[in-house]
Design a protein around this ligand. Structure first.
Ligand code: BGC
Ligand code: CA
Length: 327
């Protein structure tokens, strides 16, 4: 092998090993019993992590400084919660999008979708212009891969109106936008695929759907099901792999796996976001919902929240809802 190749290979091995040993996975909230952790959002103004406990019907706020974890209970499954510029939070409860005032505990319904269907909102996030995008899912029967595709992806626009952007979704999950505001990434967990769309920030229209990761037919234990995701400042995706106990960094251009973070004591990894003062820590949510006894014995920290440091990458400040709240 020519010398320059040898130097290059040695460097790559060195960098990867260095990275591996620097990386640290810390369980910051251990087994908030029965927790169905999801939808992490780093609030850079307060230095807190907002996340939801879907089937625990609650929104949580973890203070990274003090370690306290406050909770607000709602009256149905909560898919996500994001701050609103005009105050309070936009969240989902069942099939409704709601405004939540954390202090007074007042919950106001903004929109209800899919009346009469057995669906619920799942993951949601704000786009670079401050609109909320959130999608729904039906019952996971007979299982994640074969359940009916009766979900939709919606967008709550800045004037408070709601629009359907994608139909026939199995489990609407992770969302992310590129820094140039021209690309949107989206996960449907049922076909185990990640998509790239051309995104028009001015009109919120999406087009040119392309599959960039396709895990259909692959081993569930090894690849899992793509769930929540985030994007780093290099434009690479970090995707929670539900049922596979890991978060994978993907190159969205090639669909190749670049790095893997193993979460040792939980298999059901649901989502992740960058947070911390320098936005260089990855907060990871896990689920203990409906976990069989033998799985819980093997993965005793299933319903926990983790923080991964030493990854050598950073994320962006999370977008919040910039629009009107019609209350
Ligand atoms: C949903 C779960 C589902 C999982 C599959 C989550 O976002 O809340 O109900 O099992 O996605 O990846
Ligand atoms: Ca999710």
């Amino acid at each position: 092998m020519p010398t320059h190749w040898l130097v290059l290979v040695t460097n790559v091995i060195y960098v990867n090993l260095y990275q591996y040993f620097r990386m640290n996975v810390e369980y910051i909230l251990k087994n908030a019993a029965g927790l169905d952790g999801e939808g992490p959002h780093w609030d850079d103004v307060t230095g807190t992590l907002l996340y939801v406990d879907i089937n625990g019907y609650a929104i949580h706020r973890y203070d990274a400084e003090t370690g306290s974890d406050d909770k607000l209970e709602l009256d149905g499954p909560v898919g996500f919660a994001v701050p609103a510029r005009k105050g309070g939070l936009i969240a989902s409860v069942g099939r409704s999008l709601v405004h939540v005032d954390w202090d007074t505990k007042k919950v106001t319904k903004l929109h209800e979708v899919e009346q009469g269907l057995q669906t619920r909102f799942n993951d949601g996030k704000c786009d670079p212009k401050g609109r909320v995008w959130a999608g729904t899912m039906g019952p996971e029967e007979p299982d994640i891969e074969s359940m009916p595709k009766i979900g939709n992806l919606y967008c709550l626009d800045l004037d408070g109106s709601l629009h359907t952007l994608v139909r026939n979704i199995g489990i609407s999950n992770g969302l992310a936008w590129n820094e140039d505001e021209k690309t949107m990434y989206y996960v449907d967990s049922t076909p185990r695929q990640i998509y790239r769309y051309s995104y028009d920030a001015a009109t919120r229209q999406i087009s040119n759907k392309k599959i960039i990761v396709d895990n259909r037919g692959d081993s569930l234990a090894e690849k899992g099901v793509p769930d929540g995701m985030t994007i780093d400042t290099e434009g690479k995706l970090w995707v929670a792999c539900y049922l596979a106990g890991k978060v994978v960094q993907y190159d969205p251009e090639t669909g190749k796996e670049l790095q893997t973070v193993y979460i040792p004591s939980s298999k059901r990894i649901t989502s992740c976001c960058f947070g911390g003062k320098n936005l260089d820590e990855l907060y990871v949510t896990c689920s203990a919902y409906d976990v069989p006894k033998d799985e819980l014995q093997k993965y005793p920290l299933s319903g926990s929240i983790c923080r991964v440091s030493g990854l050598g990458v950073k994320g962006y400040k999370a977008n919040i809802y910039e629009g009107r709240i019609m209350i």
